[in-house]
Write a protein that binds this ligand. Structure first.
Ligand code: PMP
Length: 305
């Protein structure tokens, strides 16, 4: 991935992709304090547009605030950088990755005295859990790893360090022949996927864990709240147990990368009919209409690059 043509925005300027490098004594590389975003741009009928750009930038700034990192750029500059990177790489639909990290001026747990950096990269990235997964649903395993407790690494920050937990869970699930992991919180209630929020549907009502289960406040999760309202469907945020998912009618994951991906199996237990369910399909189709610019009500969520 490192050695290719293209441009990456680094600390205020576009640099050649293969020259976008940092030092091995970078503080974040050693201690894991940093924050990032995952954003998508879609090739809409009105041209390439970034979905919910402002909300992603706001979350990046909130993550930095939680991690006590002083962002070196304004929100306007960070928005502009993301648009610029998509344009510079001539991308029509893509994934955008802003990341802020602590520099290499000095090591030691205290980051004081280090410079805070920011970069934005973008590349083409198709369905995160596979095209087939979007249509037929994926197979998920309840992880043997617990999701972060809300007072450990700060679950409302999209913090670099939180992802070692996600990586362990995801690797375990893939090694065991599943597509993705589901993590429980430290009390044993359902939290989220390794990189996705989860929803379950029972008797026409949609349920999702409330954020006290340590799940990230997903922007796709929020988008689904709007879609459900438009479709006249009720969403209840509550504590959910893994066996409630076994006996649910439908379940799905949401995320910028994962979009709306149905779950057909958890721990080898078939969920509902073991396929994308009818409510999931309606939500998924409404989601793709919105991100692709086919729903004028949400045109304000699309920023043309
Ligand atoms: N939870 C985790 C752990 C994630 O990494 C993501 C992806 N950012 C999500 C949930 C979904 O968040 P969003 O819909 O904002 O991408």
């Amino acid at each position: 991935m490192a050695d290719r043509d293209g441009k990456i925005w680094m600390d205020g300027e576009l640099v050649e992709w293969r020259d976008a490098k940092i030092h091995v004594l970078t503080h974040t590389l050693h201690y894991g304090c940093g924050a990032f975003e995952g954003v998508r741009a879609y090739n809409t009928q009105n041209g390439t547009a970034i979905f919910r750009l402002q909300e992603h930038t706001d979350r990046l700034f909130n993550s930095a605030k939680i991690l006590r990192m002083q962002m070196p750029f304004t929100k306007e500059q960070v928005n502009e950088a993301q648009k610029q990177v998509v344009r510079a790489n001539k991308l029509e639909s893509c994934y955008i990755r802003p990341l802020t990290w602590i520099g290499s001026q000095k090591l030691g747990v205290s980051p004081k005295g280090n410079r805070i950096h920011l970069m934005v990269a973008a590349w083409a990235w198709g369905a995160y859990l596979g095209e087939e997964g979007l249509k037929k649903g994926i197979r998920v395993k309840t992880s043997s790893y617990t999701r972060h407790h809300v007072n450990i690494t700060m679950t409302q920050a999209k913090a670099v360090s939180n992802y070692s937990n996600s990586i362990l869970a995801n690797m375990e699930a893939l090694d065991d022949g599943y597509d993705e992991a589901l993590l429980l919180d430290s009390s044993g209630f359902v939290s989220e996927g390794a990189g996705e929020n989860i929803f379950v549907i029972k008797d026409g009502v949609i349920y999702t864990p409330d954020l006290s289960a340590g799940a990230l406040n997903g922007i796709t999760r929020n988008t689904v709240f709007h879609i459900a309202k438009d479709l006249g469907l009720e969403i209840i945020q509550k504590r959910i147990t893994r066996d409630e998912i076994y006996i649910a009618d439908e379940a799905f994951f949401t995320g910028t990368a994962a979009e709306v991906t149905p779950i057909r199996e958890l721990d080898r237990v078939q969920i509902g009919a073991g396929a994308r369910g009818p409510v999931t399909e309606r939500i998924q189709s409404a989601f793709f209409d919105i991100v692709n610019g086919r729903n004028p009500k949400y045109a304000h969520w699309l920023t043309k690059v």
